[in-house]
Design a protein around this ligand. Structure first.
Ligand SMILES: C[S@@+](CC[C@H](N)C(=O)[O-])C[C@H]1O[C@@H](n2cnc3c(N)ncnc32)[C@H](O)[C@@H]1O
Length: 262
């Protein structure tokens, strides 16, 4: 029998979109620096202007700063709240960026032009099945112009996780304490996460909400394999987008793929 339970991405990014928006906003401060680093990478491939598409753009921190760097930038996200917020922010910042609400699994139906660059940053792969991600790679490849680039950045790799896995830890901000409990199914390479959020009120912690989700964690070689199957060649692997040092044995995924000549 088919399960009618919603996929966790819908529960987290649509039904409980406000909660995640709070944590996403915390990442805005490093967006200008990341966009400058992306621009540096693109310059190495002779791309100094052109059309850029971000998959799973959230409320636009990278898309907006790339537009400010002179790119014709489009962001796609499944969450209406994030897309509305991204549009408001772009207006406030007087930046021309384009935002589309939609599902990246159907990216081929959402955009009807080719791009010089497609970016997946801070995890928009690993949310569904491996077959789905293979399809996403193939669709991205079709959307790219000749010699176009697909950048997979700031995404957890199996190598990185196995070195740093922690079953429980917490994060604290001025407003919240978030308890993170994790289990890692090594046989299927799926990281199960449970986040419980408590609001700080004086000396007390008030339970606010919780969410559980599963992330498929790829080894770097699996991402390369999926890309190659889609006609995308690995050009570079970095340890970090901020340093652009070459990848080490336990680096997260910071990969540059280029569409192969046909
Ligand atoms: C971890 S956030 C990263 C946001 C953004 N890339 C950034 O770096 O700030 C992942 C984003 O992917 C979006 N997302 C998840 N599944 C999606 C799907 N199937 N189609 C489009 N967006 C999706 C979520 O709504 C969320 O905004």
């Amino acid at each position: 029998m088919k399960s009618h339970r919603k996929h966790w991405t819908e529960r987290m990014f649509v039904d409980k979109a406000e909660l995640w928006l709070y944590w996403m906003n915390k990442k805005w401060k490093n967006a200008p620096r990341i966009a400058r680093q992306i621009k540096k990478i693109l310059k190495r491939y002779g791309i100094s202007k052109g059309r850029v598409l971000e998959l799973g753009c959230g409320n636009g921190r990278i898309t907006i700063y790339l537009a400010r760097q002179g790119f014709e930038a489009t962001g796609v996200d499944i969450s209406q709240l994030y897309i509305d917020d991204a549009r408001k922010r772009a207006d406030r910042m007087k930046v021309m960026a384009h935002f589309i609400r939609g599902d990246i699994r159907r990216i081929d139906r959402l955009v009807h032009r080719k791009f010089d660059v497609v970016i997946s940053i801070w995890t928009s792969l690993g949310y569904y099945t491996r077959q789905t991600d293979e399809q996403i790679f193939k669709k991205v490849s079709k959307l790219l112009n000749k010699d176009g680039l697909f950048l997979v950045l700031n995404t957890m790799s199996r190598e990185w996780l196995l070195k740093r896995f922690s079953p429980a830890f917490f994060e604290e901000t001025d407003r919240y304490i978030k308890l993170n409990r994790n289990t890692f199914d090594r046989l299927h390479s799926v990281l199960h996460n449970k986040w419980m959020t408590y609001r700080k009120e004086g000396q007390d912690l008030i339970y606010e909400d919780e969410i559980e989700f599963d992330l498929r964690i790829y080894a770097l070689c699996e991402l390369v394999e999926m890309a190659e199957k889609a006609g995308l060649h690995l050009k570079e692997a970095y340890d970090s987008i901020l340093t652009l040092e070459p990848a080490k044995s336990d680096s997260p995924a910071n990969l540059v793929f280029q569409k192969c000549q046909v």
